[in-house]
Ligand binder design. Structure first.
Ligand code: SAH
Length: 213
């Protein structure tokens, strides 16, 4: 089977699994996931599985990308912060649905590859930097939406502070290897309220300085 039927099969699987937002489905359809996975895994680009991207990291399963994006309730004029650029795939999906994506990755080689992909695909509304995402991006705050794609043991206080009022943050919370759950945090009149959405398995959010090279 070549790319297109596989992609259609994946979209149908996402719909059956609870992705009902047609804008999210259209964004998934328009972003070529094959451009974000390493060559040996190209034939699995439209399988509903996470795939290795180097540095011990993974590009998330398409269903998880779609459900987390849907949970963000994105508006097209919004400014979004993503923590954990990885391959850049999730950022590229977000970029189809909002005004601008700011994304932070602690592994420089992953960041450089992701930036190359954005350029090659002519995606111009993503700004990426290397750093510790747990600190957020104070110079660009506040953000209408924040999406964290690595698991923290709690809601990082800096990120909560950088979320605008009426903002929404979606993040996996839990221990590495243990139970993790996607949490949606809404900030109303400066006060956060959290709801648990669905279980997941993510690599950990590693705090502190990024590794050299
Ligand atoms: N969103 C990515 C998948 C992310 S995997 C994609 O679509 O491909 C999680 C990523 O978070 C990894 O690349 C990891 O290096 C990064 N990460 C972990 N802790 C981080 C931190 N404190 N700051 C920034 N990035 C971090």
């Amino acid at each position: 089977m070549n790319g297109e039927p596989r992609k259609i099969r994946l979209i149908m699987e996402l719909r059956r699994s609870g992705v009902v937002d047609t804008r999210v489905l259209a964004a998934i359809e328009r972003v070529p996931r094959e451009a974000f996975v390493p060559r040996p895994f190209l034939d699995q680009a439209y399988e509903n599985t996470a795939l290795p991207i180097g540095q011990g990291q993974t590009v998330s399963q398409p269903l998880v990308v779609a459900l987390m994006t849907q949970a963000l309730e994105l508006g097209e004029r919004q400014k979004v912060l993503e923590i954990g650029t990885g391959s850049g795939y999730q950022a590229a999906v977000l970029a189809k649905l909002c005004r601008r994506v700011y994304t932070i990755e602690r592994h420089k080689p992953l960041l450089l590859e992701a930036e190359q992909r954005f350029r090659a695909l002519h995606v111009h509304n993503i700004t990426a930097i290397c750093g510790d995402g747990a600190r957020g991006w104070p110079e660009q705050a506040p953000f209408d939406r924040i999406l964290v794609t690595a698991a923290a043991t709690g809601i990082p206080p800096n990120l909560l502070e950088q979320l605008s009022d009426n903002g929404v943050m979606v993040l996996p919370v839990g221990n590495q290897g243990g139970e993790q759950i996607i949490v949606r945090v809404r900030k109303v009149n400066g006060r956060p309220s959290a709801e648990n959405l669905f279980p997941v398995r993510f690599v950990p959010l590693v705090e502190g300085a990024p590794p050299e090279a």
